[in-house]
Design a protein around this ligand. Sequence first.
Ligand code: SF4
Ligand code: SF4
Length: 179
Amino acid sequence: MGTTTRDTYSYYVEQKALDVTDRPRKFLVAFAAVLEHGNYSSALDIYSRLSTKCGRCASACQLYEATQEERDIPCHRSELLLRVYRRYFTQSGILKARLTRGFILTDDYLDEMADEYYRCTACRRCKAFCPLGIDHGLVTHLARYLLSEIDVIPKALLRCRRSRTPVSFSRKNSRRSMA
Ligand code: SF4
Ligand code: SF4
C-alpha cells in the first residue's frame, strides 16, 4: 500500500485518499477521459491561451477579499489546472516537454491543487467581472472532479459524489493518449 507525500489534508478525507499510488498518472487518465467524452476542451483551450492579468476577478471574489492571500486569486487557482492541460493535452505543451525538461505533474502539485480547489466556493461571481468571460467556477468544478477520481475528496462531499457525474463518459472507452 503506497502513501502520498503528506499525511493529512486541511479537510477530512477518507483514508484511501492517503493510500493511493500513482496518482499523477491516474489524474491524467481521468483528465484525458473528460476531454475526450466531455465538453470542456473548447473552454480550456481558450482559457489556457489568455494571459491578461487585469485583476478584476480578484476584486470580485469574496474569498480573496476575506483572506488577501495570493493563492485565493481566481486566475492563480485556475492556472494550476490550465498548466496541466497545456503540458499534457496541447501539441505545443507536449512538444515543449520533449525538447526541454519542463513541468511534470507530481504528488506535491496534486496536493497543492487539492488545497486550493476546495477553498473556492465555485460561486462564479468572478466570471461576471472578467472581461474575457473566464469561468473560474467551471475550472474549479472540473479540478474537483478530477481530484475525486484519485479519491481526494472531503468526506462531507462523498454522498454527493455517489450521485454525480459532471460529464457523460465511460472510462474504459478512453483512448486519448498522454505524452
Ligand atoms: S468562483 Fe467564487 S469563490 Fe471561486 S474564485 Fe470565483 S468568486 Fe471566488
Ligand atoms: S478578470 Fe479575467 S482577464 Fe482579468 S485577471 Fe481575472 S481571469 Fe484574467
